[in-house]
Design a binder for this molecule. Sequence first.
Ligand code: AVI
Length: 309
Amino acid sequence: MLDRTDPTFRESVLKGLAKDPKVLEPKWFYDAAGSALFDEICELPEYYPTRTEKSILEERAAEIASELGNDVILYEPGAGSLQKARILLEALEGLARFIPSDISAAHLEAAASDLRKAFPDIAIDPVACDFTKHLEMPAIADDRPVTIFFPGSTIGNFEPGQAENLLRRFRKETGARQLLIGVDLVKDRETLVAAYDDAAGVTAAFNLNLLKRINRELEADFALHQFQHHALFNESRSRIEMHLESLCEQSVSISGERFDFRDGERIHTENSYKYTPERFASLAGKAGWVKPHLWTDQNRLFGVFLFQS
Ligand code: AVI
């Protein structure tokens, strides 16, 4: 298979590692190996968000469906494998149209054609686009109101200011009237840290895979065994942080440029923000999303919000 490197990858890596402290953007986690590791993370006993959100959607499907109504166009940005959409489509009896969007056109088309078989009465119109830049609408004559579906707590990987802008753009670029969104909630430190530092080491492999990808795609020589995964809860900023920590003083060459690491120096690779229901409703409110309705699990680990515009 042709290994095509995104032309902005090199620029982003060289720029991020020239900073102090060093950073790498989390969007680069998801090459083929990284995506497979993320799927494994979602199945881990410590990683509660995926299964908790799924159980909320399953258990509250009828209620959610009655709040949403079925005379809407459901639009899912960054839809991926369409696993969560299936639960909702089953509940939204009579839904006419579903628009999944994803950056990878091939992946999306394959997932959409499976979905068409399962839901022959729903028009499925995938659109390939990068939702962090722009939300594309397919060229269809359908003036039903749009409902945005944004599960998975993906919103937590954006800085709060960026998250607000993104939610505003969701409304403006599609004219959406409703937003159904999954949000990971603040909880005790132990549960949070375990979810990002699992006993089997899958999250560590996911984090370290970023260095493997840089080695492969950007002619670099990171010695993987000389870096270790580190996850912490930064309580004052209400976020999990993932880092890669250098285990010794060392130099790494990337595309002919040299980067020096002190013993113990960290590369900051990801933030995952955790919200209280009030804080998230206030952030969404600033983006024009009002009247929050929250569904949560018994232990209030995760929240599924419905907002109106
Ligand atoms: C994709 N995103 C919502 C995950 C999260 O929980 O922030 C990414 C992840 N990183 C490590 N584990 C999972």
